[in-house]
Design a protein around this ligand. Sequence first.
Ligand code: TXA
Ligand code: MG
Length: 325
Amino acid sequence: MKVALPTAQSVAEAAQLLRDGKLVAFPTETVYGLGGDATNERAVAAIFEAKGRPEFNPLISHVLDAAAAQKLVRWNETADRLAARFWPGPLTLVLPRSPGSPISLLATAGLDTVAIRAPSHPVAQALIRATDRPIAAPSANRSGAISPTRAEHVVESLGERVPLILDGGPCLVGVESTVLDLSTATPTLLRPGGATREAIEAVIGPIAVSDALPSGDSARKSPGQLESHYAPARPVRLGASSVGADEGLLAFGPTVPPGAMLTYNLSPSGDLAEAAANLFAQMRLLDRPGIGRIAVMPIPETGLGLAINDRLRRAAAGDGTGRRG
Ligand code: TXA
Ligand code: MG
C-alpha cells in the first residue's frame, strides 16, 4: 500500500491502476472513496471483497458531468435541473439504467437503476478524467466502520487491501452525498447527505422521504431493525444533556455539560456545516480504550442536521461488531 500526494504523476498512476482493474482510494468532497472501474465486474467484485461487505449493496458510479451521466442512465428533466444546481457536488441521483449501459451489473446489485454523481473535489475529477471511465466508489472503510474523511482513516481501515491512496487532505463536507431516487413518480430521499432536503426542494418542489430511514416511523417502532452503519466499537447515547464520568462527549454548540472523560465539540458556534465536516473524525477520536460510552448532544434536525442525525442514529443502533455497511 502506498499513500501519495496528488500530483500529475500519482493521478496518472492511479488511473492506470483503475484501468487495469485495480482499486484506488481517493478523496471526494464528502468522504474518501474506494474506487474501481465501474464497467469492470471483477474490479467491482474486488471493492466488495476489500470492504468485507457481507452482501452486494449497490454502489455509486462517479462521473465528470451530466453529459457523461447521460451515457449510463435514462436521464430526465428533473435530473437536468438538479444537476444544473448541484453538480459537481454531494448529490447522487438514482435513475433507470439505459439500454446498453456499460455499468457493471454487480455495481448496481442487479437493480435496473444506477446511482450516479459528479464529485466536486479536484482530485476526484482529475482521476475520473485520466481514467476516462465511470468510477464505482463506496466509502473507503471496512464494512460497518466509520466513513473516512482523511487519508489516515483509509490506511487504518483498509491498509494493504488497497494498493494506492491519494491523500487530498481532510474532506470539506464530511458526510456522504445525498441519495435521491428519480426513478419513481415522486423523487424520494433515500439517504440524507451533503445536499440538504431544503435546497433540493427549492429546485424541484416537495420530495418524498424513504420510510427505511432511521427517522421514519417504521424504524422508530423497532430500533433493533436499524441497519448498523458508521459503528464505533463503543455504545453511543444520543440526545445527551448531561454526561457521566465514564463517557466521552460529542458536543455541539456553546453550552457544554461538564464532567465527561473527554470532549470534542462538533461546532462550538453551532454551525451545522462545520459539525458535518468534523463528525466522523471526532467519532473516531472518542472511540478509544478507557471510554465506556460515547454521549452525543442533540443536533437540530434541519439542513445538514438531517444527515448528521441519520449517521448518529445508525451509529447508536450498532452493536459494536460492525456487522453491516
Ligand atoms: O458521498 C458519497 O456518496 C461517497 C463518496 C465516495 O462518493 N460514497 C458512498 O458510497 O457513500 P456508499 O456505497 O457508502 O453508499 C452508496 C449509497 C448506499 O446507501 C446505496 O444503497 C445507495 O447509495 N445506492 C446505490 N445504488 C443505488 C440504486 N441503484 N438504488 C438505490 N440506492 C442505491
Ligand atoms: Mg459507506
